[in-house]
Ligand binder design. Sequence first.
Ligand code: PCA
Length: 329
Amino acid sequence: MKASIAKHTATLMISAALAVTAGAAFAEKWDMPLAYSATNFHSATAAAFAQCITTGTGGEIEVVTHPSGSLFKGADIKRAIQTGQAPIGERLLSGHQNENAVFGVDSVPFLATSFEDAGKLWKAAKPTMEKILDEQNLVLLYSVPWPPQGLYFKQEVTAVADMEGIKFRSYNNATARLAELTGMLPVQIEAAEISQAFATGVADAMVSSGSTGYDRKVWESLTHFYEVDAWLPRNYVMINKDVWNGVDEAQKNIIKGCAELAEYAGTWRAVEYTQFTLNGLRAGGMTVGPAGEALQAELKEIGAIMAAEWLENAGDDGKAIIDAYNSMQ
Ligand code: PCA
């Protein structure tokens, strides 16, 4: 009897040891490139998302984030994931509007200017985004907005005429077009590199959130932030479709659960960060406040031109998104 228990125990111990070895053999490490610095709230959200998957799968899938464009530069992240050089990663959605204007729906000026409207616009756009990404060998996991976009300068600006000839840091087609229509000179620079660009005079202005200005300590070079609430662009996390198809149902459910949590927590962080980072810019010595009425009116006119151009470029898919969004208002 005793011998049989001992034998049974020994068998159990051997199988447990084998299971551990098998588990280790199948454990995967997923490198997750991020474009923004580790201190940015998107990167913090992605780090928690990565940890959630690692913990949730009991280490079967270990996700490791690489912030600041250290593994792949922002502009290369999507291609890296499409081609399987990295399994998973995060990117600014509107960064792809040169491929397809639809990706830039969140950067149409004055279309959705609050977190609530940005949420509705995303709901309206999500099925189309999923379809386009699917055709590109990508699966959308979650998306989180940036806080509202305002204008940064090195001097007081009360009218578009004051912007003539200023070197303007852009981050997508819409921001480059905004520069052109305001008489500025666009220069595309990743957020991870803007502190240096401003310090060296490569650029002297930009449109972005309080969050990015705070994150990059732009008060070291710039003096004014005008709250314009022009739009709220989004980041999204994607996974290579073959990688996704290769994980089992239980793992898929864990990843989906972690993604839902990340979208919720990240959006909450974005809301919280809005005032916090504007206060941070003030504490850094910047003048922070709404753009004057005359400037706002001029920007609205430019926004209307950009909205019309976007609709034309985004075709039927774009029109369907706007119709769906309008029907939610
Ligand atoms: N920060 C990012 C995109 C939008 C934002 O608020 C950037 O400036 O690159």
